[in-house]
Design a protein around this ligand. Structure first.
Ligand code: SAM
Length: 260
């Protein structure tokens, strides 16, 4: 059975696996060094490899997503290897801050940054109503998609919502000078979907059930929800568009209506 608190907080699960791996390694090494004075117990990389293996096993037991397993395997060995390179600690802090500003709370939102490609933007353009209207991009990333759409449809008003500070800033700069684009630094869960003819989402499987509830509650009658790549679970799409790109992108189209 899945531990739902860990499922909602992957970082907690990862920390548990790492700490568990470290504790088990400590006990193993302490026990073994009492029995023998084996020299290999003094090789940090070997100890780190052991910790990585144990952390990965704990993560498997906790039913962590598969992609966490290689991360657990290499995390501590990489720490040991990089430690040997004698890099000033400030660089690690700088890298951490940069990643934070770009990815923000991906651990909580479960939505990383990846961008809509040109072919998909063109397919989305085809879906926009022929008349002037409002379009909302939930998590607009670097604003590249909105810029492309706004240039092609100067008669429409585009709003992009982005919570990651640096990504938001890049979107603001990219769309500066386009009078029909507004980029807001917000959490899109706090923004109403009402009044928009098209709401576009390129997120991940995690928020789709909640997104559907919000869309049903707030979207205007007849408005279109377009989800790039991720379908709403147990909700048949009104239509699906297959984009002729390399990643075989699929757009799932819905016309949400209030439940009940
Ligand atoms: C997969 S990217 C899509 C970017 C852009 N829409 C595109 O298609 O090129 C998802 C973006 O949503 C942002 N995001 C995730 N959750 C968010 C939230 N709750 N509020 C605002 N932005 C969010 C992420 O920071 C990321 O930039």
């Amino acid at each position: 059975m899945r531990n739902s608190s860990l499922e909602h907080s992957p970082l907690k699960g990862a920390l548990l696996a790492q700490l568990g791996g470290a504790a088990a390694t400590f006990l193993f090494v302490a026990g073994l060094s009492r029995l023998s004075s084996a020299d290999f117990l003094r090789i940090p990389l070997l100890i780190a490899l052991l910790q990585g293996g144990l952390a990965a096993m704990i993560a498997l037991k906790l039913k962590a997503p598969r992609w966490w397993i290689p991360i657990h395997l290499v995390f501590m060995p990489l720490v040991v290897l990089v430690h040997g390179l004698d890099i000033a600690p400030g660089w690690f802090l700088a890298a951490f801050v940069l990643l934070l500003l770009v990815f923000w709370r991906t651990d909580a939102s479960r939505v990383p940054l990846y961008l809509t490609n040109r072919a998909t933007a063109d397919a989305l353009l085809e879906l926009l109503p022929a008349v002037p209207c409002h379009i909302l991009d939930l998590g607009c990333g670097d604003g590249g998609l909105l810029r492309r759409l706004a240039l092609a449809r100067p008669d429409c008003l585009f709003t992009g919502i982005e919570h990651a500070p640096l990504t938001w800033l890049v979107a603001r700069l990219r769309c500066a000078g386009l009078p029909n684009v507004t980029i807001l630094r917000r959490d899109f869960w706090t923004v109403s979907f009402g009044g928009h003819a098209v709401v576009y989402a390129f997120l991940s499987p995690a928020p789709m059930p909640r997104l559907w509830v919000k869309a049903q509650r707030e979207m205007s009658p007849g408005a279109l929800l377009v989800s790039n790549s991720f379908a709403v679970p147990e909700q048949p799409a009104d239509a699906t568009i297959e984009v002729a790109d390399r990643r075989n992108t699929r757009l799932f189209l819905y016309h949400p209506v209030p439940d009940g």
